[in-house]
Design a binder for this molecule. Structure first.
Ligand code: 3PG
Ligand code: MG
Length: 214
């Protein structure tokens, strides 16, 4: 199996550009605080690098699985606060990922500043991969960077439809995952073992057909 080549932002002049970064901020929260910050810690160097290159960095993500519209218990606000804490710099937060709150927050960003927009899944257009919703998101950025490998298997507006609307690049985490996959799939050192797991494996792999009599 050969994996496609992915474009990275290396060498691009990002000064003053609005860079929409699709991240995976879907981290465990307990009592309103981030209980495991591993995903945030991994994301930070990439966000810092973009900010240090003068980009206006706009982070978009889903959080949990809201059933019908906005759910205060699934707000990304505490995650944005945790991100600011780890980055040791202010991180702006927009109370909606599209429309006036998002536009206002993005318009106020200076080069080198970072904002997080509210949970994408508060809009049904996200999971429906709705081109109109993707258009509203795309209007907030000049380029799109997907750095959410763990959400890239979903064809949603912020992962798939948006990539048709803006110049699109793979972020450093996505590139790292692809490189790791390439190394085991294209040129494995044998014998090779794969350990596959996760909290939601049932939503990724169908049950094997039942054997008669079992
Ligand atoms: C995850 O935590 O597995 C990813 O954020 C994807 O979340 P989802 O399974 O709700 O799409
Ligand atoms: Mg997952």
């Amino acid at each position: 199996m050969t994996l496609a080549r992915f474009k990275s932002t290396d060498g691009l002049d990002l000064g003053g550009r609005r860079v929409l970064v699709r991240a995976d901020l879907n981290v465990p929260i307990k009592d309103g605080k981030v209980a495991d910050a591993t995903r945030l810690e991994r994301l930070l160097p990439g966000l810092e690098a973009l900010a240090n290159r003068g980009a206006r960095v706009i982070v978009i993500s889903h959080f949990g699985r809201p059933k019908a519209g906005p759910d205060p218990g699934l707000s990304l606000r505490p995650v944005a606060e945790a991100l600011g804490h780890f980055l040791r710099r202010p991180v702006a937060f927009a109370e909606d990922c599209v429309g006036e709150p998002a536009e206002r927050t993005v318009a106020a960003l200076q080069p080198g500043q970072i904002a997080v927009l509210e949970n994408l899944r508060f809009h049904q257009g996200e999971e429906r991969n709705d081109p109109q919703f993707a258009k509203r998101l795309a209007a907030l950025g000049d380029i799109f960077v997907n750095d959410a490998f763990s959400a890239a298997h979903r064809a949603h507006a912020s992962t798939e439809a948006i990539a048709h609307l803006l110049p699109s690049y793979a972020g450093p985490l996505l590139c790292k995952e692809i490189a790791a996959l390439k190394s085991v799939l294209d040129n494995p050192t044998r014998p090779t073992a794969a350990v596959i797991g996760g909290a939601k494996v049932s939503s990724k792999i169908d049950r094997p057909p039942q054997q008669p009599g079992r």
